[in-house]
Design a protein around this ligand. Structure first.
Ligand code: UD1
Length: 422
């Protein structure tokens, strides 16, 4: 199993290229199931989650080819010869549930394993299922699988989500493109991934209004065609690398980044005393002197502070001046990085969904354990600013969501290496 060793090595300076968004790509890929014609995605990130989604689509009968070293995904779902998404693949990745809406909309039936529990909370899919029922699907839960049928096809309806779920909005948006009549999605998620999905579906011939607002209207069409679509830049990778010079000092330009993708996250960085600016090539971030100031953060749906940047922000707050309160409102049990950061000398008190962090002058390197994707990178950021060596174990989580992380960080002067411990 691989580990990553990082050593605090002073300020970071230079440029980091930002890849296409993992989460956007994971919802754009199942969109291929909606059409018999090819869908090609460019600017795809090269990550293990993308390979898992490829395997899932292939198991359903889709063809998926990775071209240009994996940066281009050429997909075709001419005929689906299997409508069953097996537990063995689905359990690896919750986003697998996104094949349900498209298969149901296209062929009127689908069987998908329930994703099951996950390290960052219960994460049920009830909202996906209830909303598809409102479009006329019949759902039956048996043997750990959702058996969904819509023998007469899906029918447009007004769906109001109890919470602006990203995945449920994506599943329903895809399903609604082929439903008869008009579907209105209320309290829809507004994340940039939703906008990117809508743009891609429009390229395929879908009729969609309001993506990026809380009400999306879809006029169903009989069939969708093929398209080529560039995956939007990864706002979480962007935010993570914006935090790197904030944690370590220095100046880093994140190439291909756009401040519009990170919502109010920027305000929090600036409040902490970090300089942020949009440049022609991307986003420039600098921290020149002294420690950052402690700021309070509450995670919220877009454009609020993203839950997927909470762990990394905590790494920054560990050495801030003052005390910061980080409140996690999207997932329960998403502070597993806190005890690991405490092994490095951080002062953190977790009470339910609230973590209080009292900044210390400097963290100290230690062996730590990565518990999930974002926790892993927060430990790397903390290690880069710590005194001595930090060994981050179980980094397979990292490879799910960060492409070439050692290369990108060493490119700006970080001392970081991967070791393979058999
Ligand atoms: C997506 C992202 C994930 C991010 C999250 C929130 C992908 C592949 N993953 O996950 O990285 O952290 O958005 O920005 O895009 N919920 C229910 N019932 C449902 C659906 C969700 O109770 O049917 C709950 C979840 O347990 C969670 C909250 O709603 O507490 C938010 O989940 P959701 O927005 O759906 O996140 P995902 O789409 O799973």
């Amino acid at each position: 199993m691989d580990s990553i060793i990082v050593t605090g090595n002073g300020p970071l300076n230079g440029q980091i290229p930002i890849a296409g968004a993992k989460n956007a790509c994971l919802t754009l890929m199942p969109a291929t199931l909606l059409s018999e014609e090819p869908l090609t995605l460019t600017n795809a990130p090269r990550l293990s989650d993308i390979r898992t989604m490829s395997a899932l689509l292939q198991s359903l009968g889709a063809e998926v080819s990775q071209l240009q070293d994996g940066k281009v995904l050429a997909m075709s779902s001419h005929a689906l010869d299997n409508h069953r998404a097996e537990y063995d693949i689905v359990r690896k990745m919750r986003a697998s549930i996104l094949v349900l809406g498209p298969m149901l909309a296209r062929d009127g039936h689908a069987v998908v394993s329930l994703p099951g529990g996950c390290a960052i909370g219960a994460r049920p899919v009830d909202m996906h299922l209830r909303a598809l029922e409102q479009l006329g699907a019949e759902m039956d839960l048996r043997d750990g699988y959702v058996h969904a049928r819509a023998p007469k096809g899906l029918k447009g309806a007004t769906v109001e989500f109890p919470f602006a779920s990203v995945g449920a909005t994506e599943n329903l948006l895809m399903a609604a493109t082929l439903a008869r009549g008009t579907t209105q999605l209320k309290n829809a998620a507004r994340e940039p991934e939703i906008v990117d999905l809508a743009r891609c579906l429009e390229r395929m011939g879908a009729q969609i209004q309001g993506a990026g607002t809380d009400t999306i209207t879809v006029q169903g069409v009989d069939r969708l065609g093929g398209a080529t679509h560039p995956v939007v830049a990864d706002r979480i990778e962007l935010g993570t690398y914006m935090l790197a010079p904030a944690v370590c000092g220095g100046e880093v330009e994140c190439l291909g980044g756009n401040l519009e993708l990170v919502g109010t996250f920027v305000d929090k960085l600036q409040e902490a005393g970090v300089e942020v600016s949009q440049t022609q090539a991307g986003v420039k971030v600098a921290r020149r002197n002294g420690r950052v100031r402690a700021v309070d953060v509450t995670t919220a749906p877009f454009p609020g502070f993203p839950t997927d940047l909470q762990a990394q922000m905590m790494a920054l707050m560990c050495t801030a001046e003052g005390t910061s309160v980080l409140e996690e409102r999207i997932f329960e049990n998403r502070f597993m990085h806190a005890p690991e950061l405490m092994r490095m000398g951080a002062r953190i008190d977790v009470q339910g969904g609230v973590a209080t962090v009292t900044g210390v002058e400097r963290l100290k390197g230690a062996p730590v354990m990565a518990t999930d994707l974002r926790a892993s990178i927060s430990l790397i950021l903390a290690g880069l600013a710590a005194e001595g060596e930090t060994i981050v174990n179980r980094v397979y989580h990292l490879d799910r969501g960060y492409e070439r992380v050692e290369e990108k960080l060493s490119g700006v002067g970080a001392k970081i290496e991967r070791v393979n411990e058999q």
